[in-house]
Ligand binder design. Structure first.
Ligand SMILES: [Zn+2]
Length: 216
């Protein structure tokens, strides 16, 4: 198995480097436009935004897309690379969010260290009566994104960065199509109508905005 995977790494990279035709630009240095924080979940790749994310996304990942675990890296993206957007992207069916709601006492200390903040952050949103609802975990995911946006707002007060919270909807919990990125928060704003009218989304066609801005 590992041997096959290693083959994929090398052969995949062989195909990749042959396709790239702007090495000179890449070699001059990076100039990403998004600092992106996502869960480490392998289904939530930067490629969900576009196939070619090279030099466009400064991508930081950890379980549960938690900003406080990686403030150093996020500082680098926001303060040094000055990306105009800091996107905190949760996803439906997040294993880290689910794990934070179960007994995780037997995990390693390092995993516990990353699950405790989720557990405490989500506590106010937990409603045992809703647990059978298939969107229950997604609601917690959305709440977690709100908390992460708030933490980012407290830290990046003077930078000209829009802080955007969103959820990658793999399970059609927000609309009738899977795979969409749904905007749930901009700079702490969570009202659906206010979000739809936010100047940051002004260039997006109205029909598209209507399905891409939603709260559970
Ligand atoms: Zn996850």
């Amino acid at each position: 198995m590992a041997k096959e995977v290693m083959k994929k790494i090398i052969e995949g990279n062989e195909t990749y480097y042959e396709k790239v035709d702007n090495w000179e630009e890449i070699q001059r240095g990076q100039s990403p436009k998004i600092t992106l924080i996502t869960c480490s979940d392998s289904r939530v790749s930067g490629h969900i935004i576009n196939k070619d994310m090279v030099n466009f996304v400064f991508h930081i990942r950890n379980i549960g897309n938690q900003i406080e675990n990686n403030f150093g890296s996020v500082d680098y993206g926001v303060q040094h690379l000055r990306t105009p957007i800091l996107l905190i992207l949760g996803h439906t069916d997040c294993g880290a969010v689910k794990a934070s709601q179960k007994d995780f006492s037997k995990e390693t200390d390092e995993i516990k260290k990353e699950l405790y903040p989720l557990y405490f952050n989500l506590m106010p949103a937990v409603n045992k009566n809703d647990k059978d609802d298939k969107k229950y975990i997604s609601r917690l995911v959305q709440h977690n994104v709100d908390i992460q946006v708030m933490d980012a707002m407290n830290r990046y007060t003077s930078e000209n960065t829009f802080i955007v919270g969103a959820v990658f909807d793999m399970h059609k919990h927000y609309s009738d199509k899977e795979g969409r990125i749904i905007i749930t928060n901009i700079n702490g704003l969570t009202d659906e109508d206010a979000l739809k009218g936010h100047p940051l989304l002004a260039a997006i066609e109205e029909n598209l905005r209507d399905v891409r801005v939603k709260r559970l």
